[in-house]
Write a protein that binds this ligand. Sequence first.
Ligand SMILES: [Zn+2]
Ligand SMILES: [Zn+2]
Ligand SMILES: [Zn+2]
Length: 206
Amino acid sequence: MPVALLPPVTGGSHRFPDAVPLTEGPRFVRGPRSGRWHRPRAAVRYPGRLVWALWCGPHLFDTEQVPVLRSDETPADGPVCGTCVGRALGAGQDETPTGLGELVFSPRWQEPPRRCPGSRAWDMFDRPDTAHGSVGACLACGDLVAVRSMGGPWNPYAAPIEHVPGPGLVSACPFHAWQHIRRRPDGRAGCVCGWHDEAPAGGDGR
Ligand SMILES: [Zn+2]
Ligand SMILES: [Zn+2]
Ligand SMILES: [Zn+2]
């Protein structure tokens, strides 16, 4: 049985036009030069190749000429990367075998953020007609939040205070989760890579 993969969040906010993130994959992968089996955290399909992001950090390039081995079962032939297994189980990608105890690994981008991406951003709120001056509707989560003046004497601006995201939080970008949510040209909140801009109206999970 395959397991669920996470969004391939990296430090950057770029996105290749023909890239498609996979939402599930095998439990274990092994490249032609890997000395051990690893567990995939994320995968992105590009024209002509698949790129596996491993829990332990590196990426494996999977092409027709140089294919990556896959296994849904614990591989019998050779060692398994301990970092990958520990992180995958700790992050909840798989059930932890009995006897191992509770494992915890929390990639910072995995869960919806504790701090709403609309927090403290000057262009991330709208003023509802009915609201008075110190309240705004957060563009990222839709909640009514307090708006305060921020910045110094040389760059004063008004912005929503830091807050936990409301239930209307914009859906996660499949590439960058909530790492790069800003006001988009259409006036809605979305990832700077443009993924939300292209999502069909009403069909993007908002
Ligand atoms: Zn590994
Ligand atoms: Zn918000
Ligand atoms: Zn994105």
